[in-house]
Design a protein around this ligand. Structure first.
Ligand SMILES: Nc1nc2c(ncn2[C@@H]2O[C@H](COP(=O)(O)OP(=O)(O)O)[C@@H](O)[C@H]2O)c(=O)[nH]1
Ligand SMILES: [Mg+2]
Length: 298
């Protein structure tokens, strides 16, 4: 089996392009119009669809492509290019590293932290988690469970305490222990944008002040099943903080895979990992070539 479940992630997209090819014997204007329509109907934003079409037309002209069947292959290459952000697609490998995990409730932050902790540990790194989503006790409990599963320490406080205080303690502990990677869980209450911005800023300032030698990542977690909402969250979070990368979750349970292309292109945000399930091994490093190639993989 390939990267994606053929019944879900890119089903709609692939089916509609297959139909356009079947309905059009030649690569004429009609073909191009129907193709563009397919892109837009598959959760790919207008701007990004435009860009894809322009690139495709260029390739068709340059290489004298005449057979519609060739389009899938070329389309995959265009998508790969849009999503490939080079080194930025990789998680910073320098240590010490502090990762602030941000995103709205339910997007998959805590789960992704658990999976990432296990992955980093398997690479031989020492990892610590900070339960700075102090809004609900259940959130910290959930992180502790993941900590036990992957065998990493979790710093937590009482429910309702200042999340910045958790960050402060976690940073001191990470420094004292020479921890390679500290991953901080946060509460993503986007409905109070001003407050959230202040909270994130405060946490960020504490890390910079107390741990200036640490490398930093601010990773935004987006639930791909929410479609256009994920796109608007990418916009809103990039406005309130410096997002260094994306984890796109639940690609296993959606037919809206097209959203990934829009997010990567429209905001120039590198996808670093994709979530393909709820299990500890279901977080995959993003690779543009493998990803785009996987779309049309039979
Ligand atoms: N199918 C699937 N479910 C996921 C994935 N990532 C997270 N989830 C589920 O989404 C729900 C919310 O995740 P959680 O980590 O609690 O989100 P948070 O509120 O952002 O911390 C949980 O039921 C997770 O098991 C994924 O990649 N695939
Ligand atoms: Mg959580």
């Amino acid at each position: 089996m390939g990267l994606f479940d053929k019944k879900s992630t890119f089903r709609r997209f692939v089916e509609s392009i297959t139909n356009v090819i079947a309905d059009n014997p030649t690569l004429d204007e009609n073909f191009m119009e129907e193709l563009e329509e397919s892109l837009v109907m598959s959760d790919i934003g207008i701007e990004t669809s435009d860009k894809i079409m322009t690139a495709l037309k260029e390739i068709i002209n340059k290489r004298y492509i005449t057979r519609p069947e060739r389009i899938k292959e070329e389309l995959a290459l265009v998508i790969e290019k849009l999503m490939d952000k080079g080194e930025r697609n990789k998680l910073c490998s320098d240590t010490p590293l502090v990762i602030l995990m941000i995103g709205v409730n339910g997007s998959g932050k805590t789960t992704s932290i658990g999976k990432l902790a296990a992955k980093l540990k398997a690479q031989g790194k020492t990892v610590m988690l900070a339960a700075a989503d102090t809004f609900r006790a259940a959130a910290a409990d959930q992180l502790v469970t993941w900590g036990e599963r992957s065998g990493v320490r979790v710093i937590r406080h009482e429910e309702g305490t200042d999340p910045a205080a958790v960050i402060y303690d976690a940073v001191q502990s990470a420094k004292a222990n020479g921890t390679d990677v500290l991953i901080c869980d946060t509460a993503g209450r986007l409905q109070n944008k001003g407050n959230l911005m202040k909270e994130l800023e405060k946490m960020s300032n504490i890390i910079s002040r107390e741990f200036p030698e640490a490398h930093r990542e601010n990773i935004l977690v987006l639930d791909s099943t929410t479609g256009k909402n994920a796109v608007s969250q990418a916009k809103e979070f990039s406005e309130i903080t410096d997002v260094t990368g994306i984890i796109l979750t639940k690609l296993d349970g959606t037919a809206r895979g097209g959203i990934s292309i829009t997010i990567a292109d429209e905001f120039d945000l590198p996808i670093k990992f994709i979530g393909m399930g709820e299990g500890i091994d279901d977080l995959l490093e993003f690779d543009a070539k493998q990803f785009a190639g996987g779309i049309f993989d039979e």
